[in-house]
Design a protein around this ligand. Structure first.
Ligand code: ZN
Length: 385
C-alpha cells in the first residue's frame, strides 16, 4: 500500500497540516478545526509521561530499562535503584537456580515451565507488595532486580536450546563479547508492549530469541565470531532491555488502578526506508476483570506538521479526528494490530510520531477530561533510499 493511498483497498481522504496563517479560532462550518486538532496534539506532548548475558551485563540492562520508565515511576523508585542493580546479579551469584535462567523450547527433556513460573511468581510478588498500604519498596526493588535477570536471560538466544553441537566454550565467549561491546550497542526504544500474561509472553520471548541460536553457534564454530553476530546480539540485547522496561511498567500500572485503563504503542522498527513495512501495534491494560468501553484514537504526526488519523480499524488515513475504532471493549491485551503499510518512494522522509488514547465513547476526542487513559506515543524515522 502506498503512503499516499492511491492504491486499491486504501482510502486517503486528505491530509492535515498546521497552518500558522489560520485566520480564526473557529472553523468554517463542516470542516474539521485544525486549531482544535493542534490543541489535541499539544495536550499529548505536554502530558506528564513524556512521553543471558554475562553476569556483569545484568546491571547495565536493568539500568537502561530503568532510565526509560515514566518519570513519576523513576522518582519513586530512584532511592532503591541500587537494590535493583545489585539484585539483578543475585540469580547468578547467590541463587544459582539454573533451570530458571533458560527455556530450551525445543527440548522436551528440559524443564520448560521453570522460567515462566519463576517470572510469573515474581510478577505476583511485585504487584502484591506494590498494592500493600505500607508497601516495602526495598522489597519491590529486590524482586524487580531478580525479575530483570531472568527475563533478560530468556532473551539470550543461547539460553533457548541446548544442542550437543553447542561446544561449551561458545556460551561464555559470546557473553564475554557482548559484555565487551555492550556500551557500543545503540539502544533505541520502539515503544512499549504491556506484559499481560507473563508465562505466555516468557515462552514467546524464548521462541523469538531461539531464531538466533544456530547463527550464533555457526559464527563461533566456523565463522568470524563476534563480527558475524554483533547485529544479532544488539537486537536481542535491545529486546532484553525493552522486555524489562515493559514488564516493570506493566506491574507498576496494575498496582495503581487510577492509572488504568492504559494504552501503549509499539512500532516494528525505529528507522524505515521505502519498501519497508511499517507496523503499529497497541496493547491495553485494565484492572483485573474490569472491562470498559472506549473509542480508540490513533494519529500519526509528521515532524513537518502533517497528520493523519488512523480510522476504520486501520484502513483509512484522514485529517478528520475519527477513531481507529468506536466503542471497543477494552481488556488487557497485547499485540493488537493497529495499522500496517508498505512505505513507497513517495513517503516524505523525516520524523514521525504515533499518538494513541482511549476516549469516553461518543465524546469529542479533543476534550482531555473525557480521556479514559494516558496518552501513548512512539516515534520513528523515514530515511531516504
Ligand atoms: Zn543468568
Amino acid at each position: 500500500m502506498g503512503w499516499l493511498g492511491a492504491t486499491t483497498g486504501f482510502s486517503f481522504l486528505g491530509e492535515g497540516g498546521f497552518s500558522p496563517l489560520h485566520n480564526g479560532l473557529f472553523p468554517p462550518k463542516g470542516r474539521p478545526s485544525k486549531w482544535l486538532i493542534l490543541v489535541f496534539l499539544l495536550l499529548f506532548q505536554f502530558h506528564g509521561e513524556c512521553l543471558a548475558w554475562n553476569t556483569a551485563s545484568h546491571p547495565y540492562i536493568s539500568q537502561r530499562a530503568f532510565s526509560t520508565l515514566p518519570e513519576d515511576m523513576q522518582r519513586v523508585l530512584d532511592p532503591y535503584l541500587d537494590i535493583i542493580l545489585r539484585a539483578s546479579v543475585v540469580p547468578d551469584v547467590i541463587l544459582m537456580d539454573w533451570p530458571n535462567h533458560e527455556l530450551n523450547i525445543l527440548d522436551p527433556s528440559s524443564d520448560r515451565d521453570a522460567a515462566p513460573n519463576r517470572i510469573a511468581s515474581l510478577c505476583s510478588e511485585i504487584t502484591k507488595e506494590l498494592g500493600n498500604e505500607d508497601r516495602d519498596l526495598a522489597k519491590v526493588a529486590y524482586y524487580m532486580g531478580l525479575l530483570s535477570h531472568y527475563l533478560a536471560d530468556i532473551n539470550q538466544p543461547l539460553h533457548t536450546d541446548n544442542s550437543s553441537a553447542e561446544e561449551s566454550w561458545i556460551h561464555p565467549a559470546f557473553e564475554m563479547d557482548v559484555l565487551k561491546h555492550q556500551t557500543e550497542i545503540s539502544l533505541v526504544s520502539t515503544g512499549t508492549s504491556f506484559w499481560v500474561s507473563p508465562k505466555e509472553m516468557t515462552r514467546a520471548t524464548a521462541r523469538r530469541a531461539n531464531a538466533y541460536y544456530w547463527p550464533i553457534i555457526h559464527a563461533y564454530t566456523n565463522g568470524n565470531g563476534w563480527k558475524d553476530v554483533k547485529d544479532i546480539a544488539a537486537l536481542n540485547f535491545q529486546r532484553a532491555v525493552d522486555d524489562v522496561h515493559d514488564i516493570w511498567l506493566t506491574l507498576w500500572l496494575l498496582a495503581n488502578p487510577k492509572e488504568l485503563p492504559a494504552i501503549a504503542l509499539k512500532v516494528n522498527q525505529k528507522e524505515f526506508k521505502s519498501g519497508d513495512t511499517l507496523r503499529i501495534e497497541m496493547s491495553t491494560l485494565v484492572s483485573a476483570g474490569k472491562l470498559q468501553e472506549a473509542d480508540i484514537y490513533i494519529v500519526i504526526v509528521a515532524d513537518n506538521g502533517r497528520y493523519w488519523f488512523v480510522g476504520n480499524g486501520g484502513s483509512l488515513l484522514v485529517s478528520l479526528p475519527i477513531p481507529w475504532m468506536y466503542r471497543q471493549e477494552i481488556s488487557s491485551e497485547v499485540g493488537i494490530d493497529v495499522f500496517s503499510m508498505s512505505l513507497d518512494p513517495g513517503v516524505p522522509t523525516g520524523g514521525y510520531t504515533v499518538y494513541g488514547v482511549l476516549v469516553t465513547p461518543g465524546a469529542f476526542p479533543l476534550q482531555k477530561k473525557l480521556w479514559l487513559s494516558n496518552p501513548a506515543w512512539v516515534s520513528f524515522d523515514v530515511t531516504g533510499g
